[in-house]
Design a protein around this ligand. Structure first.
Ligand SMILES: Cc1ncc(C[n+]2csc(CCOP(=O)(O)OP(=O)(O)O)c2C)c(N)n1
Length: 326
């Protein structure tokens, strides 16, 4: 049974977004390994339900700040996949004119502030936006994704503390894949459930199965409602599994096989698919159709992007520094 009463169309849309994100990651990995994408590419394969569950609880005018593993987060917020593909390839038609690339792209049209190469750094950005919402009196919220490794940085704790004192409308969503680079969670902290830390700041904290898209949705929805009512921030920990190494092509030989076996068992798309089929919301044919349709969308976006030109050199000096005042 679902605890949620979401309409069927919304559930199908969430299922489609999971596949869009998964197919993006599979193709991005292939293109990276074939040398068609430059730079490192941090994949969210297996972690898609955190992004989709969270963004499904937000409105378009709410803001998200992502991590360095942000493709699924940005797709879930609704970025244009063609402009995203072009950005990933550094092309002039990319959403940031090819200047941001994989780790930093952003899309203002859907309030996706982008990824963040500084682990933990996004938390302060999200708090800044939440501060603006409170000052302006809008009912918008901001949500920041950050990893379990990032949750051991001072920047994240300072951001949570400040936001809790000022009751800013911000959701701190820890995407806990149990890895910080090559170090597992238990080697970085003795805390089992990272949401317990919320108590130190006097705000709600909850841990959910991050591979259960509806569990993530419900936890985020509660936090969003609370934030919109002026009751301040919340911490959510979504425990998940990354199906790949730190980034595409990275060795995984030090990663315990039990971790990856469990991750495969908990594949978020299969878990959701089983529930939808059991409730007659989805058939196996529909599921296959959505898987194939989203794969085509991603392939076409990347093929089109590969034909696009690179930006002119002059573009690199635009939007880099603010114009001097006076
Ligand atoms: C401030 C800072 N320190 C170190 C790094 C190098 N670095 C890149 S990814 C990473 C691991 C981050 O782990 P976590 O926050 O758990 O995210 P995950 O990679 O597991 O998604 C580190 C330490 C960085 N980018 N920024």
């Amino acid at each position: 049974m679902f605890a949620t009463s979401l309409p069927e169309e919304k559930l199908i849309e969430m299922y489609r977004k999971l596949w869009l994100a998964r197919n993006h990651e599979l193709l991005a990995e292939e293109w990276k390994l074939n040398g068609r994408i430059q730079g490192s590419v941090h994949l969210a394969t297996g972690q898609e339900a955190v992004a989709v569950g969270a963004c499904s609880a937000l409105e378009v005018d709410d803001y998200i700040m992502g991590t360095h593993r942000e493709h699924a987060q940005m797709i879930a917020k609704g970025v244009n996949i063609r402009r995203m593909a072009a950005e990933m390839l550094g092309k002039a038609t990319g959403m940031n004119q090819g200047k941001a690339g994989h780790m930093l792209f952003s899309d203002k049209s859907v309030n996706a502030l982008g990824g963040c190469g500084i682990v933990g750094g996004g938390a302060a950005v999200a708090v800044g936006y939440a501060m603006a919402f409170k000052v302006l009196g809008t009912r918008q919220v901001s949500l920041v994704f950050f990893g379990d490794g990032a949750f051991n940085t001072g920047a994240v704790h300072e951001a949570i503390n400040f936001a809790s004192v000022r009751k800013y409308p911000v959701i701190f969503l820890c995407e806990n894949n149990r890895w910080g680079l090559t170090v597992m969670q238990h080697e970085q902290t003795v805390v089992e459930d990272l949401s317990d830390r919320a108590r130190c700041y006097g705000i709600p904290g909850v841990t959910v199965n991050g591979n259960d898209v509806l569990a993530v949705y419900e936890a985020v929805k509660l936090a969003v409602d609370r934030a919109r009512e002026g009751d301040g921030p919340s911490v959510i920990e979504a425990k998940t599994w990354r199906m790949r190494g730190l980034a595409a092509g990275y060795p995984m030989d030090w990663e315990p096989s039990e971790y990856h076996e469990e991750g495969r068992k908990q594949d978020p798309i299969r878990l959701f698919e089983e529930k939808l089929i059991a409730r007659n919301i989805l058939s196996e044919e529909m599921a296959k159709g959505i898987e194939e349709e989203t794969r085509r969308v991603v392939e076409e976006a990347y093929e089109e992007a590969s034909q696009a030109p690179y930006p002119d050199e002059a573009v690199f000096w635009e939007n880099v520094f603010a114009a001097p005042i006076g």
